[in-house]
Design a protein around this ligand. Sequence first.
Ligand SMILES: [Zn+2]
Length: 309
Amino acid sequence: MLRIQKYLIIATAFLVSVGIVGCGGGTTPPAGAKPAYCVSIEQLAAKLGLSVQKAGTPYYELTNANNRVLLFLNDSGRVYVNGRAVGSVGTVRQVGGSYYISELMVPKIRGYLATSYNPPGQTGPSPKIPGALTGLVVIDPGHGGRDPGATSYLGYYEKDINLNIGRKVASYLQQQGIKTVMTRNSDTFIELNDRADVANRVGADLFVAIHADSNGDRLHRGYTVYVSRSASWASKKTGQNIESSMANTGMSSKGMRNADYRVLVRTKCPAVLVECGYLSNPSEAALLYDSQFQDRIARAIADGIVRSL
Ligand SMILES: [Zn+2]
């Protein structure tokens, strides 16, 4: 908290010194008074019909049934609406226990709010085709327990996102009458060999590993589907189907690639590994954190699987 207050003081001093006048008009308000032309985050939420789910730093989370807004009050001060970066909060002032930002943020954020977050054609699972599908699919949420995987731009761990998406994929598949087995269904560590052995032991028809990517360059973005270098026709076909259905998420594709990951090589059944976007990219980190966007990814992966069985 001390570090953040220091940052805010420095940031405010900088903005005033370069002549940018935002919240508060560049003058110091009397102690305890509301800065001019500003709203507190709580007032902003009320004006937008949102409630404060999480308060404080590094970010506020404001939600209603159809929207999730994240406001970062430190670092770059980004604002995300439903996983989309929509700009910066601008000058932030702290008065008493509240953070104040420009009241102009109210109409700005309102312009991005959805009355219904689910786009047409993206609500719920695909129609069930009676009797058309059989199969046993092993879903492998990458990492877990003492192995967190990548750390996202927003600070959360890859292992948790993989598990959320993996569970959702399993749920969509079950709604289609497809049997699923999860290599892990909690935050536990599992050796790579053991993950593949689960598929071999239960006689799976398909193995799908769920991961999220990371790169030192924050600009890297998009999803990638991997199969092994000696992949079977069925693995490649499944990979292609998942790669094409993932386009429905709106993320860009880095295509299908070959890599001899242990879980792909050791499994006896067709096997695919999906990297569901870059946690190191601020925008995709926000998307991957969003439960409703995780649903979209899971539905896309499930659709690709369904077309492959
Ligand atoms: Zn991973």
